[in-house]
Design a protein around this ligand. Structure first.
Ligand SMILES: CC(C)(COP(=O)(O)OP(=O)(O)OC[C@H]1O[C@@H](n2cnc3c(N)ncnc32)[C@H](O)[C@@H]1OP(=O)(O)O)[C@@H](O)C(=O)NCCC(=O)NCCS
Length: 147
């Protein structure tokens, strides 16, 4: 991610989430040495993005979205795989994330990529209130990613 991608990412956040990150919050990730964000570009358009933060050998995936017109084409799969590979290269050993319990597309994606449920946090999300499932992938296995 570079500064020139921030506005498009913020627009996608607003389109995809009820509690979106602001432009300023996304831009501040560029100055955070713990953060790694990647964008998927098609014809100069930001069609998806993924954001993470790493503490020691543990990484947390905070954001993932693909623009509706680009869905079901493998973009999210490539973003997660590319992030996992890069984090592994940087010395991280695990990738954890939270997902809404009702988010069937995202849960299918993470299951396909080998994430396993390690916990459940009731009332984690608002607008609407809902539980989060905590999923985790050991990055030592990330050579198995197909992309
Ligand atoms: C979830 C999301 C990121 C998936 O992006 P995508 O680029 O369409 O996903 P991919 O094309 O890479 O799909 C990979 C796999 O995920 C699963 N999947 C993706 N969308 C799905 C859907 N609508 N229904 C069921 N499974 C789905 C499938 O297993 C798919 O593999 P397949 O195409 O071989 O069946 C996208 O739907 C999105 O941006 N949703 C709104 C934001 C969001 O929920 N983000 C996740 C927050 S945790």
């Amino acid at each position: 991610m570079e500064q020139r991608h921030v506005a498009a990412i913020a627009a996608l956040e607003r389109a995809c989430f009820s509690d979106p990150w602001t432009d300023a919050a996304i831009a501040s990730e560029l100055d955070n040495p713990l953060s790694l964000w990647l964008v998927a570009i098609s014809d100069d358009t930001v069609c998806g993005y993924i954001g993470s933060q790493t503490c020691g050998e543990e990484s947390d995936m905070m954001n993932l979205a693909v623009a509706p017109a680009y869905r079901r084409q493998g973009v999210a799969e490539q973003l997660v795989s590319a992030l996992a590979r890069e984090l592994r290269k940087q010395g991280s050993r695990s990738l954890t994330l939270e997902v809404r319990e009702s988010n069937a597309p995202a849960r299918e994606l993470y299951q396909k990529l080998g994430f396993v449920q390690t916990g459940r946090r009731p009332n984690y999300y608002f607008h609407p209130q809902e539980a989060a499932l905590i999923l985790r992938k050991e990055l030592v296995e990330c050579e198995n990613f197909s992309h």
